[in-house]
Ligand binder design. Structure first.
Ligand SMILES: [Zn+2]
Ligand SMILES: [Zn+2]
Length: 367
């Protein structure tokens, strides 16, 4: 009798253990049924990275900044990605192509698409050189061009020309699967939105990946009216220095009653389209607060509101430059990858500001 009880309690604890582990398996949801298309809005901090899987094909739209590249690569590996059929760089800003560069080396990439302009940064040169070293020619598709992908297709909506504003050069696509559609805007701002509207193309969609991390210069009333999304997804970092998303954009989304998902509040978000319906890995957070509002009590952030430009440069110098090591488990950040009993193989490097915003504290031994 006693033995049976022991067995029962063992089974019960095993069941409880499996039950507590269950939420993690949501991350391995992917398009497995015929006709499915899975869209992963990957949480890579302040930046943008979207993986689409369908019919055994993979599309990667943006890859976040260089400090989150390891995170991106392990996420793709977790989703069994070996070949990237389409790699799309929306534009050449750091928070979009940083993670793409190592992906060109680490995965078999069939096509790279981007906008046709030159960005004066080492990262841009690195991106182009890495493509060349892997015998891949970066292609510049035109507005209106459509490409088959998995069980659906995608169509290029922008840019219609090249401007001085890197963001407005964003390669915007509309991804379709059956009657479901998604628009990925990169960092496209008002000018590009107006250009898209004036082409007369059908911009209506189910899911809008909100432009420029929800900044006020994107997602205008006109564009929201033209796209009339059933859901909006915002990719931005927790308490990011730019205060993305803006109160203006969040106000517009709220006024239009559009349910909102946010990577800064919810981590990675996955939508699976079966061609008729879209199911989500979690409910929309519908948190319409502006970015950085939770940090409003800090005096430094308040001065940033009255004088944003210098404060931003200061933050950029102080925060982005410093990199720290974080272990696979634990809540301390370190100056070295093998402090104490840390396993250096599982440690990864992220920016100090990112570590702090995720609740990590300095290690008293090495920091
Ligand atoms: Zn960006
Ligand atoms: Zn940008």
């Amino acid at each position: 009798m006693k033995k049976q009880n022991k067995l029962l309690s063992l089974l019960l604890s095993l069941f409880l253990l499996l039950f507590t582990l269950a939420p993690q398996s949501a991350l391995t949801v992917y398009a497995d049924a015929n006709g499915d298309m899975a869209v992963h809005f990957i949480d890579i901090g302040q930046g943008n990275a979207i993986l689409v899987q369908s019919g055994g094909q993979n599309l990667l739209y943006d890859g976040g900044d260089p400090s989150h590249a390891d995170l991106l690569i392990s996420y793709l590996q977790q989703q069994n990605v070996e070949t990237i059929d389409y790699m799309i760089a929306s534009h050449y800003d750091e928070d979009h192509i940083g993670g793409l560069v190592p992906c060109i080396d680490d995965f078999s990439v069939s096509n790279i698409f981007g906008p046709d302009y030159v960005h004066t940064s080492n990262l841009f040169n690195n991106f182009m050189n890495t493509a060349t070293a892997n015998a891949i020619i970066v292609q510049y598709p035109s507005v209106g061009e459509t490409f088959d992908f998995g069980t659906g297709s995608f169509t290029v909506l922008a840019p219609d020309g090249i401007s001085q504003n890197s963001n407005d050069n964003s390669l915007v696509i509309k991804l379709e699967n059956g009657s479901n559609s998604f628009i990925f805007t990169g960092d496209a701002e008002e000018t590009s939105e107006q250009d898209m509207i004036s082409t007369g193309m059908n911009l209506d969609c189910d899911v809008l990946s909100v432009g420029h991390h929800g900044s006020a210069s994107s997602t205008t009333w006109d564009f929201l009216a033209a796209t009339s999304p059933s859901y909006a997804v915002i990719s931005c970092g927790i308490d990011n220095q730019y205060h993305h998303p803006s109160a203006d954009t969040m106000g517009r989304l709220s006024d239009m009653g559009i349910p909102v998902f946010r990577t800064d509040k919810q981590g990675t978000i996955i939508a699976v389209s079966d061609g008729t319906n879209i199911t989500w890995s979690q409910e929309p957070c519908n948190d319409y607060s502006a970015g950085g509002s939770s940090a409003a009590s800090s005096g430094q952030n308040e001065t940033a509101v009255s004088d944003p430009a210098p404060a931003q440069t200061e933050n950029a110098g102080a925060d982005i430059g410093t990199m720290v090591w974080i272990p696979a488990t634990g809540k301390k950040y370190h100056s070295i990858p093998n402090c104490g009993r840390m396993n250096p193989d599982n440690a990864r490097q992220i920016s100090k500001s990112d570590a702090e915003s995720r609740g990590y504290q300095a290690c008293s031994k090495c920091w």
